[in-house]
Design a protein around this ligand. Structure first.
Ligand code: DGL
Length: 263
């Protein structure tokens, strides 16, 4: 397939973990990133609200002329994919299946999943993991404080460490072999999480897996590198987002615009 422009959205900074992999694996394509920072977090909201917000985000990225949509938010992926597929005539990729596949590839029999309360409540990971392998044992834990900590840039802070140990305790006691980061914000704290889980537990996320899937769909002749434009749209611009985002992406976020989704 030939993609001219990929649209990626998340509630905030977390989707940049997916965008970063897309930027490296799909070098030729323009990209649009929307962060709905004004309404973050999605993960503590009801399915109805998450679906409404997701449809509004999708409508915006589609208005920018994209030809493929990546829902770089597990919470939106867990609740809104059928609505988005119904509404928009283009390939729509969520991150749940990519994350589940990455976890299964580790060969673990016991998998721990951490995510926002809305994603855990949806049961999306259990369903997807069990579809891939019905014999898996799955342990889940909602971690509502992680998203605000990441948005504050406290990726590796003693406060985050204390909270993470409390959340992860039950998973460690369940003898999981793989920890799946079921929220696109969490890879930003991967170092801290991996340290707490210890060397015997593999920590995986969906970012690389989804980016590889999309890269694999690109026509080989179209993979050559050429200059491209990446535009960032935020429903609320904070200097912290630009600072942390540029740091994480490893380059300056050049084209950043504030957008009003009209709600
Ligand atoms: N990064 C998002 C996710 O993957 C959502 C975080 C939030 O807004 O609660 O679930």
């Amino acid at each position: 397939m030939k993609f001219n422009r990929i649209g990626v959205f998340d509630s905030g900074i977390g989707g940049l973990t997916v965008l970063r992999e897309l930027l490296s694996l799909v070098p030729h394509t323009d990209m649009i990133y929307l962060g709905d920072c004004a309404r973050l977090p999605y993960g503590t909201k009801s399915p109805k609200t998450v679906i409404r917000y997701s449809l509004q985000c999708a409508e915006f990225v589609v208005s920018k002329g994209i030809d493929i949509m990546v829902v770089a938010c597990n919470t939106a992926s867990a609740h809104a994919i059928p609505n988005l597929e119904k509404e928009f005539a283009m390939p729509v990729f969520g991150v749940i299946e990519a994350g589940a596949r990455a976890a299964v590839r580790t060969g673990a029999e016991k998998i721990g999943v951490i995510a926002t309360p809305a994603t855990i409540k949806s049961g999306a990971y259990e369903t997807t993991l069990k579809t891939i392998n019905p014999n898996l044992k799955i342990y889940t834990k909602a971690c509502p404080l992680f998203v605000p900590l990441v948005e504050e840039g406290l990726f590796d802070d003693e406060v985050t460490d204390i909270i993470a140990r409390r959340y992860l305790d039950s998973l460690i006691n369940s003898d999981i072999q793989t920890l799946l980061l079921g929220c696109t914000h969490y890879p930003l704290m991967k170092g801290l999480l991996a340290r707490i889980m210890g060397t015997d537990i593999t920590v995986v996320d969906s970012a690389l897996s989804i980016a590889s899937t999309i890269a694999g769909m690109v026509e080989p002749g179209d993979r050559k590198s050429k200059s491209r434009i990446v535009e960032y749209y935020l429903t609320d611009i904070s200097p912290r987002f630009i600072e942390l985002g540029s740091l994480f992406l490893g380059h300056e976020m050049e084209y950043v615009y504030e957008v009003d989704l009209g709600v």
